[in-house]
Design a protein around this ligand. Structure first.
Ligand SMILES: *Cc1c(COP(=O)(O)O)cnc(C)c1O
Length: 413
């Protein structure tokens, strides 16, 4: 036994069990998903795809990967799924490769408004390989379809990218498709439409928002955020003419052997997400997020509002502190969240004016609406008074909220 690693895992379980996890990109997969991720499939090399592998002995992993693909296609009502990307970033890497040439122009959301590193950040491969230009949000922080239409015509991009990391509102993928089609018809352009649904994949699977697969040429995702699977990525499309390009962009272009143990865990997560219980779970996520947002608004704080699993709290406007300070203060009482830029932020990304608060993880542990409201009060009490008794607040987190919740090590859904 590796005492050191076992000890660290036990320590991490205590950390996770004793805190309120409000990081919007995190969640707790079931014990079944975690067992599949630790299964015997980790031993198998299977470069290639089911039925066309570069190794022998792949008859069982072929069955496994096909099962995963079929469940994924049914869940998202889509014609093709590649379940091999090791992460969301890897999925985006392969997706760009499949859709556009090096140097091609991509129109994406300005990063400080809630995009992802792989959506054109100078520190990511994306901005080094492709020419990223951006669209802004409207003055109220919502996507503005007039701005998008104008930017399409101004930039004439090869690819339009939607899907974000810190955007709390519904996204009208149907309208985006119409704008791109209108732009292409008017200019003779060939702009493609890609959606990165990493954050909202669970909401899509639950049928609680528009399904981008119905409108985009290609959709990428993570599997470990609201979808509640293992850490990983995937690529979906209804464009069967793109299938060869997507497959070869994943393997052999950007990855080697697939993680068949993670594909096993993805298969289990897709099964769980297809059950009626997952829709009920997502109703709780949406209800809890809104309850916390609305309670902070009722107390007079500046919040974004929400149509999904997250919202933004403007801590500079609400409490005269920056996002980093707020993050640290909450961390000291057992609430994990992350600082985040707010639309039109006057502070740098290192400090930020906001906090991003998400309820996908706590809802998996059984957080109720009343507890989501209590969490709003604890956050408010911790941030409003620089002299707040942090020990007392920490005790309140443990006693009044976390004590009622499920142990993360044995969650079943
Ligand atoms: C989280 C996220 C990713 C990247 O996922 P990793 O698995 O961390 O690489 C990509 N795009 C968006 C929009 C995300 O929120």
């Amino acid at each position: 036994m590796d005492r050191k690693v076992v000890e660290l895992a036990a320590k991490e379980l205590i950390r996770q069990n004793s805190g309120i996890e409000l990081i919007a990109s995190e969640n707790y997969p079931s014990i079944d998903v975690r067992e599949a991720a630790g299964s015997i499939f980790t031993c198998k090399y299977a470069e290639g795809f089911p039925g066309r592998r570069y190794y022998g002995g792949c008859e069982v992993v072929d069955e496994l990967e096909n099962l995963c693909i079929e469940r994924c296609k049914a869940l998202f009502n889509v014609a093709y799924a590649n379940v091999q990307p090791h992460s969301g970033s890897q999925a985006n890497y392969a997706a760009y490769r499949a859709l556009i040439a090096s140097g091609a122009k991509v129109l994406s959301l300005a990063l400080n408004d809630g995009g992802h590193l792989t959506h054109g950040s100078p520190v990511s491969f994306s901005a080094n390989t492709y020419n990223f230009v951006h669209y802004d949000l409207g003055g109220d922080g919502h996507l503005d379809m007039d701005i998008i239409a104008k930017r399409l015509d101004e930039e004439n991009p090869d690819l339009f990218l939607a899907g974000y990391s810190a955007y709390p509102f519904a996204i009208d993928f149907k309208k985006m498709r119409e704008l791109i089609d209108a732009h292409n018809a008017k200019t003779g352009g060939h702009c493609l439409f890609m959606v990165d649904m990493a954050h909202i994949a669970g909401q899509v699977a639950a049928g609680k928002c528009q399904n981008p697969c119905d409108y985009a040429d290609l959709v990428t995702s993570t599997t470990h955020k609201t979808l509640r699977g293992p850490r990983g990525g995937l690529i979906l499309t209804n464009r069967l003419d793109l299938v060869k390009k997507i497959d070869s962009a994943v393997f052999p272009f950007s990855q080697g052997g697939p993680l068949e143990h993670i594909i096993a865990a993805k298969a289990t997560a897709f099964l769980e997400a297809s059950r009626p219980e997952f829709k009920v779970y997502f109703d709780h996520v949406l209800e809890n997020t809104k309850a916390c947002n609305d309670e902070l608004a009722r107390l007079g704080r500046v919040v974004s509002g929400t149509d999904n699993h997250l919202f933004l709290l403007n801590v500079l406007a609400s409490y005269r502190i920056n996002g980093l300070e707020a993050q640290n203060r909450l961390e000291s009482i057992g609430i994990t969240a992350n600082k985040n830029m707010i639309h039109g932020d006057t502070l740098s990304p290192k400090y930020t004016s906001g906090l991003r608060l998400g309820f996908a993880a706590v809802s998996s542990r059984g957080c109720t609406k009343e507890q989501a409201i209590e969490i709003a009060h604890i956050i408010d009490d911790a941030l409003i008074n620089p002299e707040a008794d942090l020990d007392a607040l920490k005790a309140r987190v443990a006693k009044e909220v976390v004590a009622d919740w499920e142990d993360i090590s044995c969650l079943t859904y």
